[in-house]
Design a binder for this molecule. Structure first.
Ligand code: G6P
Length: 463
């Protein structure tokens, strides 16, 4: 055969993730409304010109957009069969892999890996295969492909077989389970997941701790990580965007409304989360209740502003958890509330401008997840805070590695210790709080999204 001409390194960058940068809803008049998402990946990728984002169509609006050929330049949505997607996303990704990495199982009764699990696993494989095939079809020779998260853990291995010329990276946005817990999974599935990610040239994580856990699993289960290199990139807050956005008029309006709700002169303890099992919202409320109970001096003087936005409502455990959050908040208000004071202000409708308003006025931020890949709320609050905010932070959040020294650190299961931490944070002297907030903000912006993304790309292309 004739000699191949030397290949110029491709500048093309492909990103693959379950949730894409845009989603569509079908309006009653039949038109499609596009909603653009934010997040680290969106701002990270804005640093690159020659790019394609491959994602799944997630609802009827997205599917209709694919059928009509409506879309954004640089985005390819995959119209995967709705039942296959539901099995892969709800069944495997969010009910098994998410549970394993966040250690959420109540192990006397779950997990149960049976025929139903095997059926869903087959869907998970074909969903991953659809991504691998689309990427293989779209990628130029030698292009860089950055595969995101647990949903697509099998993609690197599948893509490597289809296209050995590509530079493939995988990034985990979640924690990684320690080997003794990871081994809950059936042996062949555990091996398949590890081999899937090891199909990448480089597998990267948010913290050293998660990277080490992955290496531990590979070493004990497979005997090593093979040729795959392991990296750590701790995503930081997007300071420029946040500081600008937090001072727009709609945020000012919501600050005024929140101040009205909390009442003049009162301290605020703020939390902002998806209503997510791993975020530990209920224990946060119980800790606040214990604070009011044990330290009556705070009654009437503090309000817990809790934003718990809807998430994964197709899953019964998430619906139950949402109801429990509401129930506990109502109970605290019923027991402790007075005519002029509502102890808990709970909002469940997603509103980014209102979140930023709460970030600005918070005296204390409560970030107490059971386990969390990073937790950007912990990084965003110090960056936009108006007058300094004390951070109560779980040692099980990835952000703890970077922020631990200036936070009030808690064991997320210890409700009494969390109550004591809230008291300590509320009592912190103004100058101490301001100084800590400044250091927290500096640590939080150390690796802004664009740099975070470019670092991964450079490392993938370099070695
Ligand atoms: C975590 C995951 C992301 C996911 C996000 C929201 O941050 O790492 O991959 O997109 O949660 O969850 P959802 O299921 O709504 O996409």
């Amino acid at each position: 055969p004739p000699a191949q001409p030397p290949v110029r390194p491709s500048t093309q960058v492909l990103v693959a993730s379950n949730r894409g940068p845009v989603s569509y809803t079908l309006a009653t008049d039949g038109s499609l409304d596009a909603k653009r998402g934010g997040g680290g990946l969106v701002s990270g990728l804005s640093a690159v010109d020659d790019k394609l984002w491959v994602c799944a169509a997630l609802g009827d609006g997205d599917r209709e957009a694919v059928r009509r050929g409506v879309g954004e330049p640089g985005v390819r949505m995959l119209d995967i069969d709705a039942d296959v997607h539901a099995d892969a996303y709800n069944g495997i990704a969010n009910s098994v892999l998410w549970f394993v990495h966040h250690m959420l199982y109540q192990t006397p009764l779950e997990p149960v890996f049976d025929a139903e699990f095997r059926r869903q696993w087959a869907s998970f494989e074909s969903y991953n295969r659809a991504f691998a095939e689309a990427l293989a079809e779209e990628a130029e020779r030698g292009a860089a492909v950055l595969v995101q998260d647990y949903h697509l853990a099998l993609v690197p291995g599948m893509l490597r077989e289809l296209r050995p010329d590509l530079r493939i990276g995988h990034f985990s946005h979640t924690p990684w389970a320690p080997v003794d817990y990871f081994r809950l999974l059936p042996d062949d599935i555990a091996e398949q997941l590890l081999h899937g990610i090891l199909g990448a040239d480089r597998a990267a994580f948010l913290t050293r701790r998660w990277a080490d856990a992955f290496i531990g699993c590979c070493t004990q289960i497979l005997g090593g990580t093979g040729h795959t290199r392991i990296g750590v990139h701790g995503l930081g807050a997007d300071a420029d965007f946040l500081r600008r956005r937090a001072h727009e008029a709609d945020v000012d309006e919501r600050m005024a409304a929140l101040r009205e709700q909390t009442g003049p002169g009162r301290r605020t303890i703020v939390r902002v989360d998806r209503t997510e099992l791993s975020k530990n919202i209920v224990r946060g409320l119980l800790a606040y209740r214990a604070l009011l109970d044990e330290r009556p001096e705070w009654r009437e003087r503090v309000v817990h502003v809790a934003f718990a936005y809807p998430s994964r409502q197709d899953l019964a455990v998430y619906r139950d958890y949402t109801a429990e959050v509401q129930r506990v908040a109502d109970e605290i208000n019923a027991v402790y509330g007075t005519a002029g004071w509502t102890p808990v202000v709970l909002h469940v409708k997603d509103d980014f401008a209102r979140s930023l308003a709460a970030y600005r006025l918070a005296d204390v931020a409560l970030v107490n997840p059971i386990r969390d890949g990073m937790n950007l709320v912990a990084k965003e609050i110090p960056v936009v805070s108006d007058h300094g905010c004390a951070l109560v932070l779980s040692r099980e959040a990835g952000a703890y590695e970077e922020l631990g020294s200036d936070a009030v650190v808690v064991n997320p299961y210890d409700v009494s210790a969390t109550a004591a931490a809230l008291h300590e944070a509320l009592s912190m002297a103004d100058d101490e709080r301001a100084a800590r907030t400044e250091r927290l903000a500096a640590a939080a912006v150390a690796l802004p999204p664009q740099q975070w993304f470019l670092d991964q790309l450079d490392a993938l292309r370099r070695d």
